[in-house]
Design a protein around this ligand. Structure first.
Ligand SMILES: Cc1ncc(C[n+]2csc(CCOP(=O)(O)OP(=O)(O)O)c2C)c(N)n1
Ligand SMILES: [Mg+2]
Length: 368
């Protein structure tokens, strides 16, 4: 039976908190497993450096991902080359794995238009800050594949627990169910929507169970177990592209996890959550879990880990240097890429902005 066909309360797990195998290990080759680990470590290191850049005034704001590496990398690594990814604003790890250079993620959060300019062949939508708006875009991508008869492609959409309270989420899933679009809706349930806890977000026992209302499979997975995340995402992507008789294409995955840090660098989580809670979840950290599994099965040792650490430090340092070497962007560029072409309204806004800029200068805008 497929890993997707289960009670939405029955959480999929492959590794327990200590990295012991407790479920079916997915069929992944050794190289990919080590690559999974490398990317999770890279995402964590990048995250630490990015927060520190922001603290030093070298970046505007930044949403940390620590704690969520297992969900991001475990799912993104399951995608095929032609699949598309539709992210929220926290998917730096998943985006990196799918080919977005770290330099661009840095540029985006430094306020540079180039950050959202996807390189040719990188199938990732721009960062979506308006909560849940990207779920509709993702359904649109899936519907496009249907209309074009491109049955070998699927789109994964990432969003948070808070996004499930938005109308967009319901419209996106309802449409996907009715039009049987090849979508994987991947909810990063990190327990908090800024300061709103999961239990204030919905009275549903799980987020996965919401799938029932849209006529699609819903599955809850331990989002801090990268192997379990891989298993369910892979199964959902395969079903999206090649459903068996009687199966629908779309799936809702609820990946249960925790963000270790602040919502963004503008947030102070100590005012709304206890240290005990954070410590409880830190014991489930996806990185040591996968590391234990890889060491126990002879795929990783001290020497290989040291080489990985060296490599990721260099990669992140190089990306920071490259991003900081970019010339400062002209703020008027922000009007250029809203639509393919600038509308008359945007022209008027840009003109007014340039006029103001002439009057008060850059500094005038920075004054509090
Ligand atoms: C439509 C909309 N409303 C409000 C906000 C402000 N806002 C930014 S992040 C956030 C919480 C989102 O929580 P969740 O969906 O759980 O995602 P997480 O940040 O936890 O990954 C809110 C309310 C927004 N960006 N867009
Ligand atoms: Mg959340």
């Amino acid at each position: 039976m497929s890993v997707l066909q289960r009670d939405p309360q029955d959480q999929v797990q492959v590794l327990d908190e200590d990295g012991n195998v407790v479920g079916d290990v997915p069929d992944i080759d050794d190289e990919t497993l080590v690559d999974m680990y490398r990317h999770m470590r890279l995402a964590r290191h990048f995250d630490t450096r990015a927060v520190s850049l922001q603290r030093q005034g070298r970046m505007g704001t930044y949403p940390p991902l620590s704690g969520q590496e297992g969900a991001q990398i475990g799912s993104a690594i399951a995608l095929d080359e032609d699949d598309w990814m539709v992210p929220s604003y926290r998917e730096h790890g998943a985006a990196l794995l799918r080919g977005l250079p770290l330099k661009q993620t840095l540029l985006y959060w430094m306020g540079h238009e180039k950050g959202n300019d996807m390189p040719e062949g990188v199938n990732i939508f721009p960062v979506a800050v308006p909560i849940a708006s990207q779920t509709l875009h993702a359904t649109g991508v899936g519907w496009t594949f249907n209309l074009r008869n491109e049955t070998d492609k699927a789109a994964i959409c990432y969003f948070g627990d808070g996004a499930t309270s938005e109308g967009d989420f319901h419209e996106a899933l309802n449409f996907a169910g009715v039009f049987d679009t090849p979508n994987v809706f991947f909810c990063n349930n990190n327990q908090w929507a800024i300061s709103v806890p999961r239990e204030r977000q919905t009275a549903s026992e799980t987020i996965a169970q919401k799938a029932v209302a849209y006529g699609m499979d819903g599955v809850q997975v331990d989002g801090m177990d990268p192997l379990a995340v891989y298993s369910v995402t892979k199964a959902a992507l395969e079903k999206a592209k090649n459903p068996k008789e009687g199966e629908g294409r779309p799936t809702l995955i609820e990946a249960v996890q925790y963000r270790f840090g602040a919502h963004t660098t503008a947030d102070d989580p100590t005012v709304y959550r206890d240290d005990d809670e954070v410590e409880k979840w830190k014991a489930k950290d996806p990185i040591p879990r996968l590391e234990t599994f890889l060491r126990d099965t002879g795929r990783l040792d001290d020497e290989k880990i040291a080489a990985i650490e060296n490599d990721i430090e260099t990669r992140v340092a190089d990306a920071i240097e490259a991003a900081e070497s970019e010339p400062r962007p002209d703020p008027v560029n922000m009007f250029n890429n809203v639509y393919a072409e600038r509308t008359a309204e945007l022209d008027a806004q840009a003109e007014e902005f340039e006029h103001l800029l002439e009057q008060v200068g850059d500094e005038g805008f920075l004054r509090e």
